[in-house]
Design a protein around this ligand. Structure first.
Ligand code: UDP
Ligand code: MG
Length: 343
């Protein structure tokens, strides 16, 4: 018992190891700045740190830059995905490779200021397993982006049973237990912030002001944002299905009432010929509603289809900077998959 206590104290004393996971997609303009800021941050940490860059199929000079960097920087690692798999999968690939006691996920464009990480770490030392950064202000983003994001977070809050915090992106710190839980979650539709909200543990937030992108342009055009929003809702809520059911039922009732009216009108021979406009309106409306609801069901069926194929979540074309002992390349992705299946 005493031995155990001593061991716990000892393991606490050992300086922690941090893994930074940074998804990169065509970010060559901002990378030098990012690397500089990360270097400064690493000097201020109370333990060792590694930065895992995940290249999500960039077509600019990002990979070449990172490869060159790795030649003389032993704390940096690089995972190159075989194509563009999307932000959420890139984060997953980085998390699979992370070995630290705490993992920090941050964007490459410095919209997640590295200095805030010190606050995240302070909360982690207080005993929180997951510390997420909530933005109190967003700068340099269009009113359209802010308005749609705000609408999304509010809608999400109403529709899901899991309490997904508002105005929180993927900038967060997670402890070892949360990381292992995340690694054991098999879903293909990965809405990372929702998955962390779902798993519970002691969670808290740190507030920060989100600056504008340091350089380059957003890699989240409107359709990608919409895709993320729809998949976020579909993977965490069955409210759209229930809405389809109730909406369908209500419209059927209205249609039935109209049918009764039409029969009566026919019976009393009143206004029968004048019915063309209403017929067209009603038929097209019902067809529209029908298609929409089929679409809603289709979203869920599509989700199931993606799951049953059981493909790996991503394919790694090259991994560098890791110890030789660890599997590289494609084996790494398959190992990640095996872990998930076993878990
Ligand atoms: N990103 C990625 N794959 C993608 C799109 C984006 O890895 O398909 C990365 C991107 O390089 C950045 C982060 O995800 O590090 C967030 O993207 P961005 O800053 O463009 O999104 P925004 O902040 O505008 O929502
Ligand atoms: Mg950004």
């Amino acid at each position: 018992m005493r031995n155990q206590a001593i061991q716990i104290v000892r393991s606490r004393r050992k300086p922690p190891r941090y893994s930074f996971v940074i998804p990169v997609y065509n970010e060559e303009e901002v990378l030098p700045l990012l690397v500089e800021r990360i270097g400064e941050l690493f000097c201020r940490l109370d333990g060792e740190a590694e930065a895992i860059f995940v290249d999500d199929g960039s077509r600019d000079g990002s990979v070449a830059y990172l490869r060159r960097l790795l030649e003389h920087e032993s704390r940096f690692r690089l995972i190159e995905l075989s194509r563009n798999f999307g932000h959420q999968i890139a984060i997953t690939a980085g998390m699979d490779a992370a070995t630290g006691d705490a993992v920090i996920v941050m964007d490459a464009d410095l919209q997640d200021p590295p200095e805030v990480v010190l606050d995240l770490i302070a909360k982690w030392h207080e005993g929180y397993e997951i510390v997420y950064a909530r933005r109190i202000r967003r700068e340099g983003e269009t009113w359209f982006k802010r308005a749609t994001a705000s609408l999304f977070y509010r809608l999400m809050g109403r529709m899901t049973t899991v309490d997904i915090p508002r105005d929180v992106g993927d900038f967060r710190l997670v402890g070892r237990r949360a990381l292992e839980t995340f690694q054991s979650m098999p879903e293909h539709d990965r809405f990372v912030r929702g998955m962390f909200a779902w798993m519970g543990f002691k969670q808290t937030e740190v507030l920060f002001e989100r600056p504008a992108r340091a350089r380059g342009e957003t890699k989240y055009p409107f359709w990608k944002m919409l895709h993320l929003a729809v998949h976020g809702i579909v993977s965490f809520s069955d409210a759209p299905l229930r809405m389809a059911l109730w909406g369908g039922l209500t419209i059927s009732l209205v249609a039935m009432a109209y049918g009764v009216y039409a029969i009566l009108a026919w019976g009393f021979e009143a206004g029968v010929i004048a019915g063309w406009t209403s017929t067209v309106v009603i038929v097209s409306f019902l067809c529209g509603v029908n298609l929409f609801m089929t679409g809603v069901v289709g979203l869920y069926v599509g989700g199931i289809y993606a799951e049953v194929k059981r493909r790996p979540l991503y394919v790694v074309s090259r991994a560098s900077g890791f110890d030789d002992k660890r599997p590289a390349g494609e084996e790494r992705a398959l190992a990640g998959l095996a872990n998930r299946r076993a878990g």
